[in-house]
Design a protein around this ligand. Structure first.
Ligand code: ADP
Ligand code: MG
Length: 731
């Protein structure tokens, strides 16, 4: 086995950067080439059809069949000209990533057997019936009615991958419940944008639409494909379950500031080139903190589209990595002891009149609007902090949140000193006097003054899970492998409900004869008081914060299966049902899926760990121990027992240590198997997940400890698994 290790290490060292041919033409020439976007629509569809599609996309109204037929015909023509022979509805089931089932365009032309033609009708574009039985549904579907529907989302353009036209769709059950991420995301975005328009009208009646924006930053690790293949844990679980830390890892920060390694540079270049063809506006690429860790980030866009692009992008990353002899690791914590990977969700709201609602303005009116949205968001985050945490929590992300380089498993919001000061001043001001901030002059609102907040709010706090960064919030707790929709459904819905509540309160004050600005000011002031506990600018990694957060009443639960309960509290059920994003039935079903997924992940890890220990770690340790025993026996033959004991005292110590660790491994594995057996007998998905969390997971660390000690004891020449230094430093 160590033969394989040295073979793959040797090969990895010899690999060179794969040349990437990017055309000399400007990017704008091929940007969006594989997407049925605006340009393609105007070329392949009639003016009238384009107009109707735009109306549908804006209003969210259902598609009428005659338009669908025309769009399908144009789409098919375009797709076939670009080499497509198949089509698929591309959807986002509650597993990871996306799903698709490819069908060919061909249909019999007349009677069976008489030749074929290419067909793609509006009916096939608009709706399909993929077998839903293989996707998680949490009991929403009885097996005898396995039907699920996928339905076209015209707000996200179709695209071509290889020979297949992919149509972004939602995925719902026969009875209409969401079985995916896209359907509820569209509802959440609709809710927040409508509620925001209403609030915007206090300030500007010209606003017709508000957009919710997402700019994701995708972190990832690259590992040489040969090394990856020699690690059963990476191959089957996406993370290393064993491995002693490398003598050098990220202490020197030399990776972060170093130049991008050549093989990686070639990989990034090709990923970007490919992404451009899919209309994904990649903007930055750079090294990250841990060795072999990197990041991509595009320019932000409308939430639904940006999220589809992220999912497509993750699949592009995997596909291109293979070409360059790499495997991309999207797992949140592939390596113990070095930084994990997140996917910061930069999130904001903006109007169709071009105003960023989280961008501090120049005029007093604009700033009152800015403060209004800011404070409503803080209130929503405060009220729903447990839910927001649940929205990003998974078995994988749990390794990252709360570890010493990522946001803690507590949601708080960072505002920076300047904005905090503004909110404090408002809180302490008398609305009839107005407020004065530092040397800023009073604002002429007639009532309380909101000073202009400077845009250069650049002080950053990397430890905050939800940080204001000048014109947006950065939701940093989101995991690198996640579908961003989960977090975005939660935040958009929470803010939608909050804005509705705000509007109702202000309107009622106005109805009681209070002037509009004064009414807004009074409600804001109250909200600042109510939501104060969510504001935290200090060090989120510290133990003091954990104690302080608990005192403030913020959710501090760390057990993943228990965190999901936040979805089905009376408060969350009311939140989701009043905004129309989820029914109670859907919430319950989705939690069942989450618990089941959690259990499965831990089950797989436990099995892989057990197999690796039993079939490679223990045998290698014993083999090495036998070598030592043999040499000690020879020593005795030559020098006699007493002298051999003295000369070989170190060797004897190693022999004893190996026995000790092997014994500990054997008994821990046995105990873990017993705990799993008990957990497996539990019927309830929730209780089973809790049993796995409480009784099985704790063995992972014990087992790892003994295996990693053996890694240090056993002759390097014999060790079968590529070591951390090889995984993290060969590129
Ligand atoms: P950082 O300093 O965090 O690296 P960047 O300027 O690289 O910041 O931006 C990170 C992401 O935030 C990018 O995807 C960018 O497009 C996005 N972003 C910038 N402004 C906004 C905004 N108003 N709303 C949403 N996303 C935004
Ligand atoms: Mg950032």
């Amino acid at each position: 086995m160590s033969g394989l290790r040295f073979q793959v290490v040797g090969e990895a060292f010899k690999k060179e950067a794969r040349p990437v041919d990017v055309p000399e033409d400007p990017t704008s020439d091929y940007f969006g080439k594989y997407v049925f976007g605006k340009k393609q629509m105007s070329q392949y569809l009639s003016k009238e059809t384009v107009k109707k599609i735009n109306e549908i996309t804006k209003s969210g109204k259902p598609l009428d069949r005659s338009i669908a037929d025309q769009v399908a015909a144009g789409m098919k023509k375009w797709a076939m000209e670009h080499g497509a022979t198949h089509y698929t509805h591309w959807f986002q089931p509650l597993t990871e990533g996306t799903a698709e089932k490819h069908d060919s365009f061909i249909e019999y032309d007349g009677a069976p057997g008489e030749g074929v033609i290419e067909e793609f009708s509006g009916k096939l574009l608009a709706q399909q019936e993929p077998d839903a039985s293989s996707f998680p549904n949490g009991g929403l579907r009885n097996t005898f009615e396995a039907r699920g529907y996928s339905a076209w989302d015209p707000s996200s353009p179709a695209f071509i991958v290889d020979d297949t036209l992919c149509v972004p769709t939602i995925f719902i059950s026969y009875t209409g419940e969401a079985l995916d991420y896209k359907a509820p995301l569209l509802k959440a975005v609709d809710a927040v944008t409508k509620a925001a328009v209403e609030v915007c009208h206090y300030f500007d009646t010209n606003v017709k639409k508000v957009y919710s924006y997402l700019g994701w930053e995708q972190e990832y690790f690259l590992v040489d494909e040969g090394l990856f293949a020699a690690r059963p844990d990476l191959l089957l679980t996406g993370r290393t379950l064993l491995g002693h830390e490398s003598a050098k890892n990220q202490q020197l920060d030399d990776h972060y500031f170093g130049s991008i390694p050549e093989r990686v540079q070639a990989y990034m270049k090709e990923v970007e080139f490919e992404a451009y063809k899919y209309g994904i506006p990649c903007k930055t690429r750079h090294n990250e903190v841990a060795p072999n860790q990197f990041e991509f980030a595009p320019i932000f866009g409308e939430v639904n589209l940006a999220n589809d692009q992220n999912l497509l992008f993750m699949s592009i990353m995997k596909r291109i990595a293979h070409k360059h002899g790499f495997r991309v690791l999207l797992h949140e914590k592939p390596f113990a002891g070095v930084n994990g990977s997140g996917k910061h969700n930069n999130w904001s709201l903006g109007t169709d009149t071009g105003v960023g609602l989280l961008t501090p303005g120049k005029t007093p009116e604009e700033n009152l609007q800015f403060i209004t949205f800011m404070v409503n968001i803080l209130k929503a985050v405060h009220k729903n902090n447990a839910l927001l945490k649940a929205s990003v929590m998974t078995a994988q992300n749990a390794h990252r949140l709360g570890a010493n380089e990522a946001p803690p498993a507590i949601i708080s919001a960072f505002l920076g000193s300047q904005l905090s000061q503004v909110l404090d001043d408002i809180e302490n001001s008398n609305s009839d006097e107005g407020i004065i901030l530092g040397d800023k002059k009073k604002m002429q609102l007639g009532i309380g003054n909101i000073p202009e907040v400077l845009v250069d709010n650049t002080d950053r706090n990397r430890t905050s899970p939800f940080a204001f960064t000048g014109n947006r919030f950065e939701f940093r707790a989101v995991g690198s492998s996640a579908n961003c929709a989960s977090a975005l459904i939660a935040i958009n819905t929470a803010v939608a409900a909050q804005l509705k509540e705000f509007k109702a309160e202000v309107d009622s004050k106005i109805a009681n004869g209070i002037a509009k600005e004064k009414a807004i000011f009074e409600v804001i002031k109250q909200y600042i008081k109510d939501s104060k506990a969510i504001r935290f600018d200090g060090n989120g990694y510290s133990d003091e914060w954990k104690a302080e957060a608990a005192k403030r009443g913020l959710d501090c639960i760390t057990s993943v299966p228990e965190i999901y309960d936040a979805y089905t509290t009376p408060q969350s059920i009311e939140l989701f049902t009043t905004t129309g994003v989820f029914t109670e039935k859907e919430l319950i079903a989705r939690n069942e899926v989450k618990w089941e997924t959690y259990t499965k992940k831990i089950q797989i890890e436990a099995r892989v760990l057990g197999d690796m220990i039993k079939s490679s770690i223990i045998p290698v340790a014993l083999k090495y121990q036998k070598q030592l025993l043999d040499s000690q026996a020879q020593m005795m033959n030559i020098f006699g027992a007493d002298e051999a004991k003295e000369l070989g005292s170190q060797t004897l110590e190693i022999i004893r240590s190996i026995s000790k660790h092997v014994f500990a491994l054997e008994s821990s594995i046995k105990e873990m198997v017993d705990k799993r057996k008990i957990a497996n007998r539990i019927e309830s998905e929730k209780e089973k997940a809790i049993a796995y969390h409480d009784t099985v997971v704790p063995y992972f660390e014990t087992i790892r400890h003994h295996a990693d000690e053996l890694e240090l004891l056993v002759d390097d020449e014999m060790w079968p698994l590529p070591k951390y230094r090889e995984l993290l430093f060969i590129r």
